[in-house]
Design a protein around this ligand. Sequence first.
Ligand code: SAM
Length: 244
Amino acid sequence: MENRPPLTPATLYLVATPLGNLEDITFRAIRTLKECDLIAAEDTRRTGQLLAHFGIQKPLMSYFRFNEAKRSEEILERLARAEKIALVSDAGSPGISDPGLRVVQAAIRGGFRVEVVPGPCALVAALTGSGLDTDEFHFTGFLPHKSGQRRRMLENLLGTPGTVVLYESPYRIEKLLTELTDLVPARPVVLARELTKKFEEWLRGTPPQLLEQLKKRPAKGEFVVLIGPNEPPTTPESTPESSL
Ligand code: SAM
């Protein structure tokens, strides 16, 4: 590959990493991880394994939900010393239902350069292959666990136009399908499971159909849940033949 300019000093690089299939790392992600001064990682052990796979040795700093404030300050001090810092999460794009936003906001406020090294993201991968409307969609990450809050949020989401995209744990997928069976039994739903991995699978159907499938074969692995928009009612006036 042709020579690229070196990384820019005093820059925070947001580096996307594979969702499961290590071939999905980009050339630029590898070069950024190789050339930065420090990698801030959600789980240093997990990122250590990724780095080992690509033969990269680099100092790591842990950066997760409960130390974000303190670590953001440390990262800012290092940016002020002109260091190049890469931020990664366990899988996919940092900041998307993952730690990252806090340090990005702090870096912007501090006048530092923020660059993105884009790549895998479960939301985009699932939407791309779902066959549901991709022009308009609403992503909300994980729903709250508390029943009342969860129900209210779900009702609001189902009232938005376009496709609704959610992340859900395998332990709550049946609960979610039961809620959807109650609220929108006829809407098209896609479960995108284990994307990019050996057991990648796409399950399509209405909420009660999918619930029945999962009762026969319990849910395992990682899921993105996509709920298609309401189908417009077909009236005799709207068919092309009737307008002839
Ligand atoms: N930052 C990540 C991204 O860019 O997609 C998401 C992190 S979030 C903590 C993890 C959730 O993403 C999982 O619970 C699941 O809903 C979804 N996810 C991650 N990897 C996935 C995969 N390989 N297949 C399906 N869903 C996945």
